[in-house]
Design a binder for this molecule. Sequence first.
Ligand SMILES: Nc1ncnc2c1ncn2[C@@H]1O[C@H](COP(=O)(O)OP(=O)(O)OP(=O)(O)O)[C@@H](O)[C@H]1O
Ligand SMILES: [Mg+2]
Length: 418
Amino acid sequence: MTVVLPRHQMVRVIAASITDLVAAAMAMIRGLGGGVSPRPSDRAASAPWTGVPVQDLIEALPALIWCTRPDGEPIYFSRQLRDFYGFDVDQKDSAGASRLSGILDTVIHPDDLATVRKMFAHSLKTGAPYAVKHRHRRFDGEYRRVETRAIAMRNAAGEIVQWNGICFDIEDQMRVQADLHLVQENLTRASQAASLAELSASIAHEVNQPLAAIVANSNACQRWLLADPPNIQRAQKTVDRIIRDANAAADVVGRIRALFSQSEKVRNCTALDGVIIEARDLVADQAVRRRVRLDVGIADDLPLVAFDRVQVQQVLVNLIRNGMEAMSDVPGDRVLGIFAYRTEGYVTIEVSDRGPGVDHPEEIFEPFYTTKGYGMGMGLAISRSIVESHGGRLWVEKNEPQGAKFIFTLPAEVNKKS
Ligand SMILES: Nc1ncnc2c1ncn2[C@@H]1O[C@H](COP(=O)(O)OP(=O)(O)OP(=O)(O)O)[C@@H](O)[C@H]1O
Ligand SMILES: [Mg+2]
């Protein structure tokens, strides 16, 4: 016979079942304290509604689950995690090293190892929950990105008795996101190209008229002067017209410059480290896709700078992107350095790469200079004009041992030092 419960009772029944399951799972996981992944004979509590042993249920969950002792020593891997790594929790034990070290050294990507160690040590010391995204190595050698979370389990006295952790494989999701970013980036480039073409056409149109008039009047002026006798009065009039038209052309250029200098109104006096971190985060996906390691170093004593956040971010992103593009054929280490430090009256920022370097250090700053099939040749021209409008300088040097180093300065606020 089927009994239909009223909705509020059903909610209570389900809630009670979940509570029972969690309690049973806790008891079961606690029971794992001493050893390796449990054998079928170790199975204890059953899930209340199906009679499936909780152990089997945890083993079957589509997640990578692990437990450690209070000091971080691993004591349990779920079946999914054992399958993922291709070994069990006790199989990397070796004399002279802790089990935790043996496992971390085997599975964590070398570039992420220091961060993972630091963050886990922090959680072990403070009892704070642990959450980090990193790459870890599958049994077949492929590194996959995962999101790991762990939390301390405490006894009635509040002492930590165990750490329970879960990893989700987010590699596929990250790849989709990266592809999406690429599409967005291409779209942005395309629309930038379109607005640039439009802007150039209208500038050409506006400047062309006074220029054509200047040429015509110059010819006329020459004729009045060459006439016999020369007609000085007429020549004088045409020179007046030439001056008027030249001023009109200069006005057009002046108005365009004014458009770009509007940013002075939105300059705030802040520390630069935030904008550098934001720019790094913006390009992080692209860096992973291009196998580029981003090395960021920001000095602690940076003075404050008055700058337009969006524009300076644009400069950083342009330089970082150029650096990454320059290393696309580099077979070895692709390292992109971003360093910010204090110099006399300025903050200096360096963006260095290990690409082929720059052959024409001044030409590359010219608008429309590009060696890329898909490039517009505007990145450096725009970056230089932004830096100069802030009162700084942007130039390129040779990087050691190889590659290019783009350096720019921004004036420090004299009165407000951080
Ligand atoms: N880090 C670098 N290493 C070597 N060459 C570089 C580097 N950065 C820039 N260049 C050279 O300078 C040229 C101009 O760079 P710029 O950023 O102005 O334009 P682009 O990257 O070609 O196109 P876009 O306008 O889309 O940025 C590049 O095409 C490239 O030849
Ligand atoms: Mg560029």
